[in-house]
Each structure stands twice: as structure tokens, then as C-alpha cells.
Design a protein around this ligand. Structure first.
Ligand SMILES: *Cc1c(COP(=O)(O)O)cnc(C)c1O
Length: 402
């Protein structure tokens, strides 16, 4: 039930904000850990974390401390001036990637789409001469700004805004042969996700990323891995590609990196670390001190509290628990760690999302037949179990509500 305060705010939202999101059903009032309370006092277990963003859940002491401490010093410097947290975060990311600044460098943006815009300019700068096109995957998602949108494989969100002035060729995701055929000596770069997030948390067949890497190596094409959703510990490793033994030329990050503060990163590996010349790219807010302080708190807390192990364990409770359920509306579960999709037998995801909300769980109808589960990495095993226990009732209610 939507309470009266939520309903009143939804009406004000409709009257003041553009209709691009539709009207969200729940209005946050406060959160703590994996729990959120809405304006009318209803409580929810947050199993979506603002789309894989709130890595440490809500109101985490480490995030509060980092953000407040930085805010008492200075909130912004611009890139006319440097500051230590930004350098520290770049160093930390390189360490987690197993690189050193001799062979990799970081550019900070404010969002995922901007990280991909940086990557796009970087590969054009480094590999654009004598090469004419890019390859990306059908149903892939890389962002909403014009460059990232040009690489986004879902025609319904891309095509109304074209043409983009770029030759981007789309291949079916997970099809190594199609990738080999598309990647030729005139290809600048391939943009690909380690598993497709917005398409419904869809992992590729084993060995796919390696095959993409080989197709790139054979033709001098650069490999850009978009780990904006998959990165920062969510799958049980810092970056999903580390489980595949594949090294990209460019890596993009955002979402979980700031734990809720807006920050993205484009990491250039090898020669890509130094492919931008002075003046080639920039951002007034990129590397913002408060966002950077938050990201450092996220990374150090994941390490200190061993949250990647927790992601594996809590993920197992969810995925094994869901896989064992026998319900006519449920056909299975896919994904890894705390990045999962419950797959439905029919296009009932909106009804399941609504029924979950009624039962006190926030999940996301990422596709008509898929429910995305991407909770904070601090999700306890007990919290994971509570959802598995509630799911059959949620699915029943969804079927009745249809
Ligand atoms: C969310 C997402 C983006 C876009 O990030 P924004 O911060 O929304 O611009 C790009 N790529 C992937 C894989 C994403 O999941």
C-alpha cells in the first residue's frame, strides 16, 4: 500500500520533474544498513541498493565519517588544484587491479556514462588513426549520454536519438564467433560488459571474455571492459574480469565505487594509461574530494570487513535458496555473488516487484521476466534467508495480482 505522504510526494514529483523515469513507487525517508524506511513509516529490506550503488548500505559509519570529515576541510578544488584523497584513490584502484602507475593511470568522472565517454575518447585518441568503427553488443548498456548511448545495444533506447556520427557495429552478446567476425583490422575498440547488467544480469558462456580479448589482440583492437555495474566486489572479486584471467586495455567503473556518492573512473592500462595528452579531456567535478573520500571509505571497508567473502556467502544463500524453490512462476536464477536475477516463467516482473514491495523487500524488475537482486555488500545471511523464505508468497501474490 502506498501511504498518504508517499502519494502526496509522488504527485508533487509528477508536477515538477520530467516524466522520463515514470513515478517511482517508494519515497525514502531514511536508511540504516540494508533497511530503508519510507515517508509513511513502512520498512523495507533493500535488495537493489540504488542499482548496485550503495555498497555499504545506508548510513554506514565509515561513509558518514569520510564524507563529513572531507566536508569540514573543503568540498571542491576543481582540477586546477590537486588534493591527496584523489591521488590516494587512484593509487588504491591501481593496487586492486594489480597494476602500478608505471603501467596504468586513472581518470575520474562523476558517473558511469561519463567514464565511458572518457574511454571512448581515449580509444579514439590512441587507436583511431586508419581505423573507422567500434564494436559493442546487442542489449549491452553503456549509458545515456550521446557517445555511451551510441554504444548501447538496446535499439529502443538508442535509435530515437541517433544518428551519432559513429560507426558502431552490434554483435550478439556471448557469441565468440560473431565477435571474431566483427573485429577486423579497422576496428578501434570493443566495448563489452563482463556480464550484461541492464539486460537482466546475463553472464556470457565460459571463455567468452578470453575469446573477445584474443579477437582484439589478433587485430590490434582495444578492449574496453565496462565494469560500472559488475565491479567493486559485487561478484566476490574486486573486478569481475579478474575471475576470467583477462586484462582489458581500458576499464570503466562507477556505481558501487562511491557507495552512493557520484563518482566514476576510467582506468587506462598499459599504453592507454598515458594516451591522453594535456588538454584532451577534463571535468570540473571529476575527482571531487567528497566523492573520492567516500570511494576510499568504500574500498577500505570492503577490505577491512571482508565484504567480498560476504558477497559470495550471502549470494550463495540467495542463489541456492531461489534455485531450490519450486514455483510455477519461477524458472531459475543467474548471476554471481550479490549480483543476481531471478528468472520468471512469464513477463510478470513488474507484478513481482510490486508484491515484493508489499512484503517489505525492494527489488527491481530489470526485464519483463527478470527480477534483479543487487543488495548492499553488507547483506547478512539472515537477511538473505528472509527473502528466500518470503519469495514463494511474493510470487503467489504476483500471480493473483495479475
Ligand atoms: C549504470 C551503467 C552505466 C551508466 O552509468 P550512469 O552512472 O547511470 O551514467 C554504464 N554501463 C553499465 C554497465 C551500467 O550498469
Amino acid at each position: 500500500m502506498t501511504g498518504p505522504k508517499t502519494q502526496a510526494l509522488r504527485e508533487r514529483f509528477d508536477a515538477a520533474l520530467m516524466p522520463n523515469y515514470g513515478t517511482p513507487p517508494v519515497a525514502f525517508a531514511s536508511g540504516r544498513g540494508c533497511r530503508v524506511t519510507d515517508l509513511d513509516g513502512a520498512e523495507y529490506l533493500d535488495l537493489i541498493a540504488g542499482i548496485a550503488v550503495s555498497s555499504l548500505g545506508h548510513a554506514h559509519p565509515a561513509l558518514i565519517e569520510a564524507v563529513s570529515a572531507q566536508a569540514t576541510r573543503f568540498a571542491h578544488s576543481s582540477n586546477l588544484f590537486l588534493h591527496e584523497p584523489e591521488v590516494e584513490l587512484a593509487e588504491k584502484l591501481l593496487t586492486l587491479l594489480g597494476r602500478q602507475s608505471t603501467d596504468a593511470r586513472v581518470f575520474f568522472s562523476n558517473s558511469g556514462t561519463e567514464a565511458n565517454e572518457a574511454a571512448l575518447k581515449l580509444v579514439k585518441r590512441a587507436n583511431g588513426e586508419g581505423r573507422s568503427y567500434l564494436v559493442a553488443t546487442e542489449d549491452g548498456f553503456h549509458g545515456r549520454t550521446m557517445g555511451a548511448l551510441a554504444l548501447t545495444g538496446k535499439a529502443s533506447i538508442r535509435e530515437p536519438f541517433g544518428p551519432f556520427g559513429m560507426d558502431v557495429r552490434f554483435v550478439p552478446y556471448g557469441d565468440a564467433e560473431a565477435m571474431r567476425e566483427a573485429v577486423g583490422p579497422e576496428c578501434i575498440a570493443v566495448f563489452v560488459e563482463p556480464a550484461q547488467g541492464e539486460a537482466g544480469v546475463v553472464p556470457p558462456p565460459a571463455g567468452y571474455l578470453r575469446a573477445v580479448r584474443e579477437a582484439c589482440d589478433a587485430t590490434g583492437t582495444l578492449l574496453v571492459l565496462d565494469e560500472i555495474q559488475s565491479g567493486i566486489g559485487r561478484t566476490g572479486v574486486w573486478f569481475a574480469h579478474q575471475a576470467e584471467g583477462v586484462v582489458p586495455d581500458v576499464l570503466t567503473l562507477a556505481k558501487g565505487l562511491g557507495g552512493g556518492l557520484p563518482i566514476g573512473a576510467c582506468v587506462g592500462i598499459g599504453a592507454m594509461g598515458t594516451a591522453f595528452a594535456k588538454g584532451d579531456h577534463g571535468s570540473t567535478f571529476g575527482g571531487n574530494p567528497i566523492a573520492v573520500a567516500a570511494a576510499l571509505a568504500v574500498l577500505t571497508t570492503i577490505e577491512r570487513d571482508d565484504l567480498m567473502t560476504n558477497a559470495v556467502k550471502a549470494g550463495q544463500v540467495l542463489s541456492e535458496g531461489i534455485a531450490e524453490l519450486d514455483h510455477p512462476l519461477l524458472t531459475g536464477v543467474r548471476g554471481r555473488g550479490l549480483w543476481l536475477a531471478a528468472v520468471l516463467a512469464e513477463a510478470a516482473a513488474p507484478q513481482v516487484q510490486a508484491a515484493a514491495q508489499e512484503a517489505g523487500f525492494l527489488v527491481n524488475a530489470v526485464q519483463p521476466d527478470a527480477i534483479r537482486i543487487a543488495p548492499p555488500l553488507i547483506l547478512t545471511l539472515e537477511e538473505a534467508r528472509s527473502f528466500v523464505t518470503a519469495l514463494p508468497g511474493i510470487l503467489d501474490a504476483a500471480r493473483e495480482g495479475k
